[in-house]
Each structure stands twice: as C-alpha cells, then as structure tokens.
Ligand binder design. Structure first.
Ligand code: AMP
Length: 396
C-alpha cells in the first residue's frame, strides 16, 4: 500500500472551507457524560493548524452504531461541548448532518470559526459509501481532510466517497499514524519484533502471515497461545482453543523456521479453575495444565523471556493483551510487556484496541513511540491490506 500521502501541510487552506472527518467516537457513561476524551484531544493539533492557516473548519464524525436515524445517545452534542472547552472558542452544531441547516451554517461559516455536523451515521447511505450523500458532504466545503485513522479501513461516504468530489489530504493524526507505522514495515530499525496476543488466532492470521515476511521475531501470548500449545501436543485444560486453527499453527511454526523468523511461545502460564477476577492464580509450565484449569496469563519465566526480546529490539509492534488484563490477578503479563516496551530504546508501536487501553490504564503510554488510534485499522495495516480511507487521499 502507498502510505505516502499529501497532508494538510501541503495544502493551500487560506480562506477555504475545510471538511475534516474526525474520530469523535468517544465512550460515554449511562448519563451520556464522556468518560475518555482522548480521541477529541488527539484531533486538536489538526483543528488548530487549520484555524491558524485561516480556514473555516467543518468537522464530522460517527459515534456508535445508530440504526434508524437520530438517537439522542449517539448525538455529538457532548462532543460539541467538550471540543468548545478544549479549543476555547464556540463550536456550532448542525443537527441535520447535510440538510438545510448544515448547508446554511456551512455557507455562513467564516475563517477561524468551527462547525460540527451531527453523527454521520444518522444518515442512511453513510456506511454504504453512497455517492449522493458523499456529494452533499463535498458541497459544504472546498477541501477534505481525513484525520480519522480508526475509520480508514472502512469505505464510507465520509471517508472515501467524498474524496471523489474534493481534493483530499491527511490530517496531522493520520500523518503520524502513517509515518510511524509505514516506517516500521518499510524500513524498520532491526530486529523487528511483532507481539501478538488477545483471544483468537483466527482474528490475527492476516497480520501474522504478512509480518512473517518482515519480522525477525514473533512473540505470541494471550488466549491465542493455547491453540499453539495444543497444536504442539501440550495439555491446556479448559483454556481457550480454536480446534480449527491447530493445523494453521503447526504450518506457521514450520514456515517461520524455514524463513528464519524466531517464534516465541509461553513457557509457563498463570491459571485458575474458573474465569473470574477473584479466582485463585496458580502457575504451571506451558503444556502441563491440568484438566480442570485454564490459562489466563503468561507466567513469570515467560514475562522475563519476552522482556529480554523487547529490550534488544529495534522496533516493536504490539497488538493484543498477554492475558485477561481486566482482572488484576491476571494482568502481570500484559503489564510486563507494556513496561518492557516503555523502557526499551526501540521504536515502540501499540496497535489500538485492548493493548492501547492497557498501556493507557497502566500509565505507560507516555513512554511508547506511538499508540495507534485505530484497532481494526492498524490490524489491517499490518496485514498488508490497503486501507480505503488512506488509498483515497492524494498521493504525495
Ligand atoms: P482480542 O479482542 O482478540 O484482542 O482479545 C482481547 C481479550 O482477550 C481481552 O478481553 C482479554 O481479557 C482476553 N484474553 C486474553 N488472554 C486470555 C486468556 N488466556 N483467556 C481468556 N481470555 C483472554
């Protein structure tokens, strides 16, 4: 995939109306209060840059998965308020996305002002990349900017369709994602270490297969590691296992050996007799788990082994927790990887989703080179797939 794209730093923005696709899909609690505003905060550099350049800024985003038009709980009103506080200027909201109100407000918008459109998924057609809808977005502005990396793996009207009608640039957040992750796969500091965890092998096959051609080491942890252990003939008790992937695991191990890629599997694990936060943790060697026990985290020897590989790495890419990190008694493996990455001199990249949540929660995100804002998008990126939202931007 060509990820060398024109950015807003290349665009003539003075006096222009600029439509920016953001990722304001922020989590909210039962009262609708934002519980984590980092997605809004991460878009501020782009918005501020556009305002400084003399643009009139029209922002749009999805939030959640509304099915039948407007639903209060998916409204961007909460984003409007928080954004206005963070920017220190009023932010107007167009309640009809691309209707008469949005058109009138966009037409009247002056350089230095900010307008937010309501949730793009309130309009049918958005997620089908409907071109009539895309044309309506485009009619509001003269330039399009994509700063929603987390939505770049989806071809929707506000990520792809709109680029057929307007010159399309990346925002500063998407630029950073592409710069750091692009270098990691095209010209990495070596050794390049891929760390894969999470519950299922089947979700990560695309990434593992593609990275096998690029990485020097692949570290496996989390629920998915037990399918490898079973494939090698070990006992895994009641641990997670995907029977239909046993063959794949064996083929992968063989292929890695042929290609000179070192695969690291757990040598011990922290187990329990049931899946609960207060279950008693017991350590077993990998492949020696009794029938009534399940593996819920990598063990202490494995933590040391993995930390050593990370310490000696030039680049580390991590996706998926090493265990059930949501339970403190089974979070040590995930924490050990996060800590080793934070202390390493390597270029360190955390793909979004659970591993990003873990490094934030454990306080290591400030010492990681790049925590991606796109879980699904970064997985697609590292599987070598073309991200439609990126492909649609102007080539540099
Ligand atoms: P994924 O969405 O596939 O990246 O998986 C993330 C989830 O996998 C997290 O919620 C973890 O709690 C869970 N997980 C990690 N390791 C294990 C394990 N050994 N057993 C069960 N669940 C696990």
């Amino acid at each position: 995939m060509n990820y060398k794209k024109k950015t807003i730093l290349d665009a003539d923005l003075k006096g222009k109306k600029v439509l920016v696709r953001c990722d304001f899909n922020v989590p909210t609690d039962a009262d609708g209060v934002i519980t984590d505003d980092s997605r809004i905060v991460k878009t501020l550099p782009t918005i501020r840059y556009l305002l400084e350049q003399g643009a009139a800024v029209i922002l749009c985003s999805h939030k959640g998965r509304p099915k039948n038009g407007y639903e209060e709980k998916y409204s961007l009103k909460v984003v409007q308020q928080r954004l206005s506080q963070l920017l220190g200027i009023p932010v107007d909201l167009a309640s009809d996305v691309v209707g008469p109100e949005a058109q009138a407000k966009a037409a009247a918008l002056q350089p230095g002002q900010v307008l937010l459109l309501e949730n793009v998924r309130f309009v049918s057609g958005e997620t089908k990349n409907n071109m009539e809808l895309a044309e309506k977005y485009a009619a509001l502005a003269e330039v399009f900017v994509n700063d929603a990396f987390g939505s770049c793996h989806r071809a929707h009207s506000s990520t792809v369709g709109v680029t057929s009608f307007l010159p399309a640039y990346s925002g500063l957040l998407v630029k950073k994602e592409l710069d750091v992750m692009g270098k990691a796969i095209s010209d990495p500091n070596r050794p390049l270490v891929l760390i894969m965890g999470g519950s299922k092998v089947s979700d990560k096959i695309g990434v593992i297969d593609h990275m096998l051609t690029l990485a020097d080491h692949i570290i496996i942890g989390g629920g998915m590691s037990y399918t490898f252990t079973k494939a090698k003939g070990g006992s895994i008790g009641t641990s997670l296992c995907e029977e239909e992937q046993l063959d794949y695991c064996l083929k992968l191990l063989k292929k890695a050996e042929e290609m000179g890629v070192k695969i690291h599997l757990p040598v011990d694990c922290v187990c329990a007799d049931h899946f609960a936060a207060d279950a008693e943790p017991v350590i077993f060697d990998e492949g020696q788990i009794p029938e009534n026990m399940m593996g819920l985290d990598i063990g202490p020897k494995t933590r040391e082994n993995y930390a050593e590989v990370i310490k000696n790495a030039g680049t580390v890419i991590w996706n998926g927790p090493m265990g059930v990190f949501e339970f403190p008694a089974f979070a040590a493996g995930t924490e050990a990887v996060a800590k080793a990455m934070a202390e390493s001199n390597a270029v360190t990249i955390v793909g979004g989703g659970d591993s990003a949540a873990a490094v934030e929660q454990m306080g290591y995100s400030g010492s990681i080179t790049h925590v991606s804002t796109g879980g699904g998008a970064s997985l697609e990126f590292f599987s070598g797939a073309e991200l439609p939202g990126v492909a649609a931007l102007l080539d540099a």
